[in-house]
Ligand binder design. Structure first.
Ligand SMILES: [Zn+2]
Ligand SMILES: [Zn+2]
Length: 467
């Protein structure tokens, strides 16, 4: 058995690991690489293998950086099955259709300009038709129920607690009697909605994410209180709260916190809008997958009058563009949750344009703001922001709710690995899904904790799994 690291190796995006078991070839995730445009175009269009020769894909969860290039694989000849949990299939479907639609319309615009400049046209990564074929290839599996994907190769999913349906994957290759565990993305141990990451037994080799390998999160318990204070202050000023948030996961987490404040009478009488068609679809998927939630969360649903932890009287889900525009005509303070989370596109930009010069407005950042994004620039105190080609003065306030994270921090990553290695059978750990520095910090911590040897593979590196 052998693993070739083809993505998210010494970087965060584009997760993809190529596993060779005898004559079989399996991909663990097939994520979209997001980075500099020219580089991303090549990486996402060209697989360093023949997609028609891949026998199966095992998908850890729906996020774009793990699922976002699956339709390209199908477009370029992959004819096998894609294994995932049921929630992952539904969320990935929502996300991939959205991505294909945006690409189709963006490309028309970009190619019009390229033709005018005499430049060669760019090719579509995948169409909505490719997404249909991709969704048809999915086979849904439950947590902790082993299934054979190819003769002698048995896979088991374990709850990773990172987002609805997220899984850590255990692969056992009978011919060599060796077990590989792939963490996918690991969630937090005290998430208000999701279960804690499950223990994955009997690993010999581990591929583990290390996004926050060098960081400890603030205590999660005060997220609700922080949000309450911020809502009160903003209400007293007569201002509005803009919350840029990723449509799947982060949005539902924020809505749940607001729901708790509303149900206990601690939320000022704001009208609250979730303005994102994808978030509306994703929220429906959340509502139908009770099996993914923790016991405490299920109890709180059962005790609520309306039994809806993602809905309260003043909350409105917005799908249509007309309704979205109508929010900006309201003459009263509002809370708007909309994508994208780093202010790199999406409807949030229209709301920002309306309110960015209003000192009564607060932008509340809830997730990691990557370098070179508008979110990062505003957070770092930029005086002007460019929106739709026009410079606007930034007079609004900014705030951060850091503790709302979908990723384990350093101590939680160590805790997960210690549990995986409880029987002391792990021989090697490969750290992925992070920049080099956090990985090095975590590798040192692993060594201090007496954990098995750690490698930090670069793209195209190989790990041999000895029988
Ligand atoms: Zn993720
Ligand atoms: Zn990820």
């Amino acid at each position: 058995m052998q693993v070739r690291f083809l993505g998210a190796a010494q970087r965060v995006t584009g997760s993809m690991h190529f596993v060779q078991c005898g004559r079989f070839r399996v991909l663990l995730d097939c994520g979209l690489y997001q980075g500099k445009r020219s580089e991303a175009y090549d990486i996402n269009h060209r697989f360093p293998f023949d997609p028609s020769q891949v026998d199966a894909v095992v998908l850890s969860h729906a996020h774009t950086d793990h699922s976002g290039n699956l339709p390209s694989l199908v477009r370029q000849g992959f004819r096998g099955k894609i294994y995932a949990t049921s929630a992952t299939r539904e969320l990935a479907g929502t996300l991939l259709f959205d991505a294909a639609k945006i690409q189709e319309s963006d490309l028309k615009y970009v190619n019009k300009h390229r033709r005018a400049k005499g430049e060669p046209e760019l090719h579509l990564l995948y169409s909505q038709e490719d997404v249909v074929k991709t969704i048809r290839a999915f086979r849904v599996k439950d947590y902790e129920e082993p299934f054979e994907i190819l003769p002698g190769l048995t896979v088991t999913f374990y709850d990773a607690g990172h987002m609805l349906g997220s899984a850590a994957t255990r692969l056992h290759w009978a011919e060599d009697n060796v077990t590989l565990v792939y963490s996918g993305d690991i969630g937090r141990y005290e998430d208000p909605m999701l279960c804690s990451p499950a223990v994955v037994p009997d690993a010999n080799y581990v591929i583990m994410e290390a996004t926050y390998g060098d960081r400890l999160h603030r205590d999660d318990h005060d997220a609700g209180e922080q949000l309450e204070t911020l809502c009160r202050e903003t209400w007293q000023r007569g201002g509005s709260l803009l919350i840029p948030a990723f449509s799947i996961g982060r949005t539902q987490h924020i809505v749940y916190l607001l729901n708790q404040l509303a149900e206990s009478g601690r939320l000022p009488p704001f009208k609250v809008f979730v303005d994102s068609p994808m978030a509306v679809d994703a929220t429906e998927v959340y509502r139908t997958h009770v099996e993914c939630f923790n016991e405490q969360f299920i109890q709180s649903i059962l005790q609520e009058d309306d039994r809806d932890p993602l809905g309260f009287r003043d909350l409105h889900y917005v799908r249509s563009q007309e309704h979205s525009k109508a929010i900006n005509r309201l003459d009263e303070p509002v809370i708007i949750i909309s994508a994208s989370g780093m202010l790199e596109g999406g409807r949030i930009l229209h709301h920002l344009k309306q309110r960015i010069d209003d000192p009564k407005t607060t932008i509340l950042f809830t997730g990691f703001q990557a370098q070179h994004t508008l979110g990062r620039r505003i957070l770092e105190g930029a005086e002007f922001a460019r929106l739709f080609g026009v410079e606007y003065p930034v007079h609004c306030r900014t705030a951060r709710l850091e503790s709302v994270s979908g990723h384990a921090d350093q101590s939680e990553l160590l805790r997960w690995l210690q549990a995986v290695n409880a029987a002391g059978q792990v021989r090697q750990v490969a750290l992925t899904h992070c920049e080099l520095e956090p990985a090095q910090v975590l590798a040192e911590k692993c060594q201090q904790a007496g954990l098995p040897p750690v490698i930090i593979p670069a793209r195209d590196d190989v790990m041999n799994l000895e029988p």
